[in-house]
Structures are given as C-alpha cells and as structure tokens.
Design a protein around this ligand. Structure first.
Ligand code: OSB
Ligand code: MG
Length: 367
C-alpha cells in the first residue's frame, strides 16, 4: 500500500458535561485526527492526547509536532503497512499516543483496502461488548448519586468512580449503599495517592470493588506491588503500562491483577494485542479503557474490547455520554452493550458536516 499524503486535522468537541478527575477538568475535547490517503482507501484514526500534559507527559500540540517533524517523515517510501509503520517509528523514544494514531490510521487504510474489519484482524470473538462508564468527581455526594442513577437507568453494566484524596471512601460507600451489592463498581485514582496512603486505601476493601485503578504514580511499579499486598481489592494499572515490557514487569512484580489496556497509551493496537496475549497467558485480566474518544477512536476500541481476553466491561461508553453530536453515526447503548463494527477497517466514517463544523485547523503532508 502506497501512501500519497497524510492530513493532520484538529477538532474541538465540546463534552456534554465537564469531566473531572484527580488530574484536572476537561470541558472540550481537543482532538488530533490523522487521515492517511492511499490510491485505494483512506484511513482514519484519533490521537488520545489531551490539551495539557496531565494524564501523561504527552499533549495534543506535542503529538502533532512529533508527527510532523519525525514520525511521518520516518515512514518508509513505497509500500507500507501498519507493522512497517510501527517499526519505522521505533527509533524515536516515547510519544506513544502520537505513534499510535499514525500506525492506526495506516492500519485502517490497509484493512479498508483488503476489506477486513478491525475486529476480525484482532481476532475478536464477540459481536457486541458490555459497557461501563467512567464517572467524574462531583461537587457533592447527592449530585454523584443522581449522575450514577442516570447511567444505571441507561443500562451501563459497570460504574467506575473517579477518586482522589478527600473524595474516596464516602462517595464509594454512598454509591454502594444506594445501588446495592449487585452493581459492578470500581474506582480510578489517576495516580493521586502514595504508598503512605495504604491504610486509608484499605478502607475501600469494605465495598467489594472490582478493582482500584492506578492508585499510585505511573513509575511506581514496586510501590504498587507493596500496596497490592496490603489490600484485598485487586489493583489495576493504567498509566504505568506503556508497553508489553511494562506489562511483563508488572506481572512479575505482582504490581497488578488487572490491566486497563488503552491501545493509544501503549503505542497502538499491535502492541495492545501483545499485552492482551501476555496477560491472558499469565491469568491477568484485561479490559479496554478510553480517553473520551469520538466515534473514530471508539470504533477501534470497541473492536479491541471484543477480544477474548477482555473479560471486564470497558470504558467504551455510548456517544451521548460524551458528545451532543458525535463525529460519526452515534454508538448507541443496547441493553448495556455496543455493537462491534463489522465494515472494513474501523467500519465507520466521520460525518462530513460535523467534521467541517468542529474543525479548527488542518495540515496536509504530501509524501
Ligand atoms: O484514567 O481512564 C482514565 C479519560 C481520560 C483520561 C484518562 C482516563 C479517562 C477515563 C474516561 O476514565 C474513559 C472514557 O470514558 O473514555
Ligand atoms: Mg485510568
């Protein structure tokens, strides 16, 4: 497959409600899209980076810069596929969200050319996936209970509460008491605690949580292993796992029993699938996370969530949890599930009118 040019397009997508985590508040999703053009097909992908380097060290302007200066120029001339694109970017360190969006757009173009869906290419074994929802930090417990009640009524099969010091045991207790023991409930701290908080975090053991996601810093694999020994609730890592090598280290150290796989965070779907396979071989549970994606990023994640090792519901929520008008035909929850796209590549396209309306800038790089 020959690439004739690549477009970098920035869009601004207002969120239906601001999303508050321990690292900040997001009101508008500042998204970088990549479109890979070939004679036979166009491939689309969405970068997970956010405006500011808070969730991780990457940010949208930085991702666009490294793509423009280094990653796109490094692609081999002549025939390219996703594997070759990934290999060509390997000499550059870090910048996995940027590498992922380019590799994924190449993969989309490649699979649209051959007519295969992402789900089939990954080896998915489901045609619909159960969905959870990630619930931001609220101003008060009553407000949180209203929000969670709305999501439960919509059919979400699992609730994830964002927590931070000062917003943890009480909101978790309130949600567990109000919605009962049957609710699948988990929490995500986005690295807001230290090992000195171990005894406090152990209080969460009372609430039968499915897992505690990323309580400690991204580079605290050893500390997570120490914390895991002091808790009954399984630990899940998100920010700490940037590669299959990280996953192998975490598993060997006993830092986690669960991994939230965000294909963008680990540099793309090919590496994500290696982590899935490795974890599965070691009896470690995985599930597909999210980064407040539009329909373009969501489509690929929903396909990944359909892999056999993804045995917990993902943060793959319906379009209306994020946006009043999604960039694609909306993903709609049906009995707590989303259908896995079946068309070639990611199986969905941006809606031209919406795309134009939300576009902030575009940059064309001819090859
Ligand atoms: O930590 O999982 C996270 C969103 C942005 C950045 C980090 C995280 C999240 C979420 C929401 O929890 C996941 C989603 O609904 O896309
Ligand atoms: Mg997380």
């Amino acid at each position: 497959m020959e690439i004739t040019g690549i477009e970098l397009r920035r869009i601004a997508m207002p969120l239906v409600t601001p999303f508050r985590t321990s690292f900040g508040v997001e009101s508008t999703r500042d998204v970088l899209l990549v479109r890979v053009v070939t004679p036979d097909a166009e491939g689309w992908a969405e970068c997970g980076a956010m405006s500011e380097p808070r969730y991780c060290s990457q940010y949208t302007d930085g991702a666009q810069d490294v793509l423009r200066r280094f990653l796109i120029p490094a692609l081999p001339k002549g025939s390219v596929d996703a594997e070759a694109a990934g290999r060509a970017m390997r000499p550059f360190t870090g910048h996995r969200l940027a590498k992922s969006v380019l590799e994924t757009a190449v993969l989309d173009a490649q699979l649209r050319t051959t007519g295969e869906s992402f789900a089939s290419f990954f080896g998915a074994d489901k045609d619909r996936v159960p969905c959870g929802v990630s619930v931001g930090i609220a101003d008060s417990v009553p407000e949180l209970l209203d929000t969670v009640a709305g999501y439960v009524a919509e059919g979400y099969v699992r609730i994830k509460l964002k927590i931070e010091p000062g917003w943890d045991v009480e909101p978790v207790r309130a949600v567990r008491e109000r919605f009962g023991e049957a609710l699948q409930l988990q929490v995500d701290a986005n690295a807001a605690y230290t090992l000195a908080d171990a005894r406090h975090l152990a209080r969460l053991d009372d609430f039968d949580l499915q897992l505690i996601e990323q309580p400690l810093s991204h580079d605290d694999l050893v500390q997570h292993a120490a914390l895991a020994r002091q808790l009954r609730t399984p630990l899940c890592l998100d920010e700490s796992i940037e590669s299959a090598a990280d996953a192998a280290a975490a598993i060997q150290l006993g830092s986690c029993r669960v991994i939230n796989i965000k294909p963008g965070r680990v540099g793309g779907y090919l590496e994500a699938r290696r982590i899935h396979d490795l974890a599965r071989a070691h009896g470690v549970t995985v599930w597909c996370g999210g980064m407040l994606e539009t329909g373009i990023g969501r489509a690929a994640n929903v396909a990944f969530a359909a892999l056999p090792g993804c045995t917990l519901p993902g943060d793959t929520s319906a379009s209306d949890r994020y946006f009043a008008a999604d960039l694609t035909e909306p993903f709609v929850l049906d009995d707590g599930h989303l259908n896995v796209p079946t068309g070639p590549g990611i199986g969905i396209d941006p809606l031209p009118d919406v795309l134009e309306a939300v576009t902030v800038s575009r940059e064309w790089m001819a090859r």
